[in-house]
Ligand binder design. Structure first.
Ligand code: M6R
Length: 365
């Protein structure tokens, strides 16, 4: 049931404040303001020496954001791979490694094959799944469910932000267990997570502005998305979302890579979406944005009030999100990124929920 929405995708985008809140409630103790994981975890964060994450598509980008979190909060090195590559690479895995699989459906063939490889190598197997009865869930030692509810739109939206919610709770728990985060650090981070639903609801209010902007995108043949840090995986996720439902070619790049090649693409016809919350690397991203502006690129800047003020260029359009703690920006900024793809696709008249050539669950390789 689509409710009052035109497409499942729109409904699922709008459900995010609620389903993320629901998911967080499972992994946080809101009285103690701590993370809360099952007592009988089949592995111990204190003795883990590595995490290997393997996933496909949007779930892979969620894993890539989590790499930044696990490394920063827990000083735990993370390898992250696209499952279709990982499964054939025969990566050497040390004892006391955790293999973590991220999958909405829990049925993705390549992710499942990666899981079986890691099992054979004696790794601890954990999965973040939305479908608790799925094959990946069944074959894991432990699962961390996302409580997104059924996701019908082929383009993954609410599953992504719920995956990020679980991953951030895991990374904080790991940081605490390994002694890299103090009680106070944990409390501050949990306080930030608790705010996600409110900020996400505010981000949805940008929809009318995004809808207007989407019309200008519909003339583009290519779109570039740029970000640094945890905004970099989000840039790739934005590009994936746009191409899969609007059929406009898009690429997500780490902003710092711009001058290593993609800058050659920039001219007056190329929209460039810059995801840049006002964080510790904001200035670096802005200098990349200036390079785009100097070459006539049409910029859409997603930032916050401080960022909008500090970025002294005539951006084509600035989407101003609320000011929020840096940890949660990839989760909240995902919403305008999804809305942009959605409205471009609606404007183009594509089949948003069932884009051509795609299946919701990729059970063959
Ligand atoms: O069910 P999974 O999370 O394992 O699916 C992985 C990808 O197939 C999926 O995220 C795909 O990239 C989506 N269509 C992206 O919107």
């Amino acid at each position: 049931d689509k409710g009052n929405f035109r497409h499942f995708m729109a409904k699922e985008i709008h459900e995010q404040p609620e389903v993320v809140s629901h998911t967080l409630a499972r992994y946080l103790d809101l009285n103690a303001m701590t993370t809360r994981l099952p007592d009988d975890l089949p592995f111990d964060f204190r003795t883990l020496n590595r995490i290997a994450i393997s996933a496909c598509g949007t779930a892979f980008y969620a894993g890539l954001v989590a790499k930044y979190w696990f490394e920063r909060f827990a000083r735990l090195p993370v390898d992250i791979d696209i499952a279709s590559e990982f499964r054939y690479r025969e990566m050497p895995l040390e004892p006391d490694g955790l293999s973590l699989f991220v999958s909405q459906s829990g049925e993705t063939a390549d992710t499942l094959a990666s899981l079986r490889y890691c099992k054979g190598e004696g790794q601890h197997i954990a999965a973040i799944v939305n479908v608790e009865e799925s094959t990946i869930a069944r074959e894991s030692d432990v699962i961390f469910p996302t409580l997104a509810g059924p996701e019908i739109g082929v383009a993954s939206t609410k599953a992504f932000t719920c995956q990020l919610a679980v991953l951030t709770a895991l990374a904080i728990a790991a940081g605490r267990a390994r002694g890299h985060l103090s009680e106070e650090d944990e409390r501050k981070l949990v306080e930030a997570l608790v705010e996600i639903p409110r900020f996400a609801a505010q981000a949805l209010r940008l929809e009318p502005q995004i809808e207007r902007l989407a019309k200008t995108f519909s003339h583009a043949s290519d779109v570039l998305y740029l970000g640094r840090g945890t905004s970099y995986p989000l840039a790739m996720e934005g590009a994936l979302k746009l191409k899969e439902i609007s059929y406009i070619h898009a690429e997500g790049y780490a902003a710092g890579e711009l001058k290593h090649g993609p800058i050659a693409l920039i001219d007056e016809t190329l929209p460039v979406v810059v995801i840049a919350p006002y964080d510790r690397i904001f200035d670096k991203t802005v200098s990349n944005m200036q390079e785009v502006a100097a070459r006539g690129g049409r910029i859409v800047l997603m930032t916050d009030p401080k960022g909008a003020e500090a970025a002294s260029i005539d951006a084509l359009e600035t989407l101003v999100l609320p000011d929020m703690p840096a940890t949660i920006t990839p989760i909240v900024y995902a919403l305008p990124v999804q809305l942009l793809a959605y409205h471009v696709a609606v404007f183009m008249g594509t089949d948003v929920d069932q884009p051509r050539n795609l299946a919701k669950s990729v059970t063959v390789e």
